[in-house]
Ligand binder design. Structure first.
Ligand SMILES: [Zn+2]
Length: 307
């Protein structure tokens, strides 16, 4: 009997080791969310607070670490700056680390280095105040646009590096900014059926994007990488956050911090430079490869284009 048990245990161990040998690195992902406090068309603080609390409640319940990238320019111009700063504070109170996404969501492609650096510095005032005694340490390029040349990007990263910041690329996104146009239409028209249709299509699309990113990273690196996911602070995500997290959980993903993700050696620059912080695209370009990626359904694209 004891012998049988020992053989059984050895078999189980053997099986476990072979699973690890086949799969290599576990599936891991760090969540990041951009355009805080509100991505897309702006609305009043009361609604924004509700959205923020819903998103953060789901985050807390699911114990997912996250970094939120702020456009401080979004705090001004609505005559309610205090209310919008208080909403940003809900994020830090919930333990979300904030990062800099420039003041005005400026694309590097259309800016001079001096302009871009100005907008970076202007974008950290409130964030620094809210994060005390900690300091912001992450930067996300708006539109995922890095400097047009490697030299320009290096100069910018040196500039932010001297101020304690690191640029954070991404390896996965959900094109939530495009689905948002449809979802906002459903909300504005109070059309519950359409809201559900958009949510269902969005979640289906998230699954397709995960499949696609996994396939591309396996082809580029031959293993599971430490992913960084890009999301946006909007009602589409707030209303679907539990389901979105569940998709990753069901596929065996572990939720890690950005600090942990950046330890993966894929986050160094590939040999051939492309001006993008879409990191799989960047590496594919460097290796002379091209991958087709899934696109949202036609109706989502049309509504986004205003058709
Ligand atoms: Zn953005």
């Amino acid at each position: 009997m004891i012998l049988k048990k020992m053989i059984f245990c050895q078999l189980i161990l053997c099986l476990l080791f072979s699973i690890i040998a086949v799969t290599g690195q576990p599936k891991q992902i760090a969540f990041t969310i951009d355009d805080l406090p509100l991505n897309g068309p702006q609305f009043e603080p009361k609604r924004l607070q509700k959205m923020t609390e819903k998103l953060l409640a789901s985050l807390k319940k699911n114990q997912v670490p996250m970094v939120g990238f702020v456009n401080e320019g979004l705090l001004y111009g609505h005559n309610d700056v205090d209310a919008r700063i208080s909403i940003l504070k809900i994020w830090t109170d919930a333990g979300v680390e904030l990062g800099n996404h420039t003041f005005s969501h400026l694309g590097f492609k259309d800016a001079t280095l001096a302009n871009y650096e100005d907008d970076f510095i202007r974008g950290e005032t409130v964030t620094k105040m809210l994060m005390k005694p900690h300091k912001p340490r992450y930067f996300r390029h708006p539109f995922l646009q890095m400097g047009n040349t490697r030299e320009l990007e290096d100069s910018f990263e040196k500039f932010i590096g001297e101020r304690g910041y690191k640029a954070v690329p991404i390896t996965m996104d959900t094109m939530d900014w495009m689905f948002l146009a449809s979802y906002a239409k459903g909300l504005n028209e109070n059309d519950k059926a359409f809201q559900k249709k958009v949510s269902d299509e969005y979640l289906k699309f998230v699954a397709l994007k995960i499949d696609s990113s996994e396939k591309i990273s396996k082809e580029l690196f031959g293993r599971n990488i430490k992913n960084i996911l890009l999301l946006h602070a909007n009602e589409l995500n707030a209303d679907n956050f539990d389901a979105l997290i569940k998709i990753f959980r069901d596929r065996g993903y572990q939720f890690i911090t950005v600090e942990e993700a950046l330890k993966d050696e894929i986050y160094r620059f590939p040999d051939k430079y492309a001006p993008t912080s879409d990191w799989l695209g960047h590496w594919a370009f460097s290796q002379g490869k091209h991958f087709e990626t899934p696109q949202p359904p036609d109706f989502v694209q049309k509504i986004f284009q205003g058709k």
